[in-house]
Unconditional design. Structure first.
Length: 453
């Protein structure tokens, strides 16, 4: 089937991906004289900055997810299709969704990124990353199953391995994961077990550079490191992971190497573009960088294809300061809105100046009453930074009911020190963690990354 249109029909905009870039582009086109088709393999928008809270039991997946149809229900010019785009015909101006071909006048590709193991993809079996709901649930299962296994373990050495949590990557995700697991061990779970003292858990945060949170100001990186150490997290910088195998992490520190036995290794060290970057390169001749991101023009279009735009984590936009913009939600949001405005202005015969990202700051939560915020003109740490982090994250949640639910849940967690979503769920086929005494390696986390994540 071909979804075609005639010359008298409105301009057809097809958006691949319902993340921040795709969704904000669709919302910005809600009142434009165009027809919009948003295609995603998932029927919901995921607020990825709070995925780590799902992984550590503070929130449930529904708290940070919004059905795409509900979000766009009042946009009468927009339809949502549940499906996976397998190919793009740039000459015929069609995208393939299964057997169907969806025609476009303008195409916006916003399929995001997934975690990268820098060529060591076999490490994913032992060190899951955090990009999807499934990732978060698999990680949650590993974290809480580790405490359960330690409770049953009689061998001190094996128990120590169950209570050792290694987080690879000292960016915001790694810092937030480390702080949340430390709070679990020191506060939330402290009275729940009889055979183990959960506060004896070792949480190690590994970073290859000379400080954690490299994009932040040095003084905020130092403040974050101090706050983490107060929570009991061991921060190790200038540390490279050279191997992950059989529940052992091999580290290189200076000229020396060491091994750490850990049953729970979590990956927060890098990302690579979704598979759609390769499709675009093959079908349009677009150039991609080493991470698979599509190198875009100053207006976020592909060179030689002015009607195909790439936004969000899939785009390499290096026209502002010579370096690619970071893969964060505010970048994707602003790029999506810019492209939506560009489309509307082009239809009126106008042009826009090149895209210019306005960096309104960086934030990272460390623990209760503790965060760091870098707004450029002002830098905050501690309690006020934590309050600011809460307000900003609630503000950017898509739907009102999500805002309300998360606000109530956070308030409850704050006063009770409880995390109500501490469920161990999932089947063996999804990579559940064995908790029997003497259990061997984790089975693979067999979760497929969708093309339109």
């Amino acid at each position: 089937m071909v979804d075609s249109h005639n010359n008298n029909s409105p301009h057809q905009v097809v958006i691949i991906g319902g993340g921040f870039g795709g969704l904000y582009a669709a919302k910005a086109l809600a009142k434009a004289d165009v027809n919009v088709t948003l295609i995603d393999k998932r029927n919901f928008h995921l607020f990825q900055p709070l995925l780590y809270q799902v992984a550590t039991g503070a929130l449930s997946p529904a708290d940070i997810s919004s059905p795409l149809r509900a979000v766009l229900s009042k946009s009468k010019n927009t339809k949502v299709l549940l499906g996976e785009v397998s190919d793009i015909d740039s000459q015929g101006q069609k995208v393939m969704v299964g057997e169907d071909a969806i025609a476009y006048d303008t195409l916006i590709v916003a399929t995001g990124a997934k975690h990268s193991y820098f060529g060591k993809d076999n490490w994913e079996e032992f060190a899951p990353g955090l990009k999807t709901v499934e990732d978060a649930l698999a990680m949650r299962r590993r974290i809480f199953s580790a405490f359960e296994a330690a409770e049953k373990e009689t061998d001190p050495e094996k128990r120590r391995a169950w209570l050792t949590f290694v987080i690879v990557g000292g960016g915001p995700t790694g810092v937030e994961l480390a702080g949340a697991i430390a709070e679990l061990a020191n506060q939330t779970l402290k009275e729940d077990f009889r055979n183990i003292d959960t506060s004896e858990a070792r949480i190690l945060l590994l970073e290859g550079m000379d400080r954690i949170l490299p994009p932040f100001a040095p003084e905020l990186s130092q403040a974050a490191a101090i706050s983490l150490s107060q929570l009991g997290v061991v921060v190790q910088t200038n540390t490279l992971v050279t191997n992950i195998e059989n529940e052992v992490v091999t580290l290189k520190q200076g000229e020396g190497t060491r091994e750490i036995a850990s049953k729970t290794i979590l990956w927060a060290a890098g990302v690579k573009a979704s598979a759609m970057g390769k499709v675009l390169a093959e079908r349009t001749g677009a150039e991609c960088d080493r991470a698979g991101r599509v190198i875009v023009e100053p207006d976020l279009s592909i060179k030689g294809h002015s009607n195909i735009f790439v936004v969000g984590d899939l785009a390499n936009f290096s026209h502002q300061n010579g370096k690619p913009l970071p893969g964060v939600a505010p970048v994707a949001k602003q790029e999506g809105e810019y492209v939506a405005t560009t489309i509307q202005q082009r239809l009126k015969g106008n042009t826009l100046p090149p895209f210019n990202y306005i960096d309104r700051g960086s934030l990272a939560m460390i623990g209760q009453n503790s965060a760091v915020v870098d707004l450029g003109f002002i830098k905050l740490k501690g309690f006020f930074a934590w309050l600011f982090w809460l307000v900003i994250h609630i503000y950017f949640l898509i739907e009102f009911d999500n805002k309300l639910l998360v606000m109530i849940q956070w308030a409850w967690n704050y006063f009770t020190r409880n995390r109500g979503a501490r469920l161990i769920t999932g089947e063996a086929s999804l990579g559940s963690v064995p908790i029997d005494n003497g259990s061997s390696n984790y089975p693979p986390v067999n979760i497929k990354q969708p093309l339109n994540a």
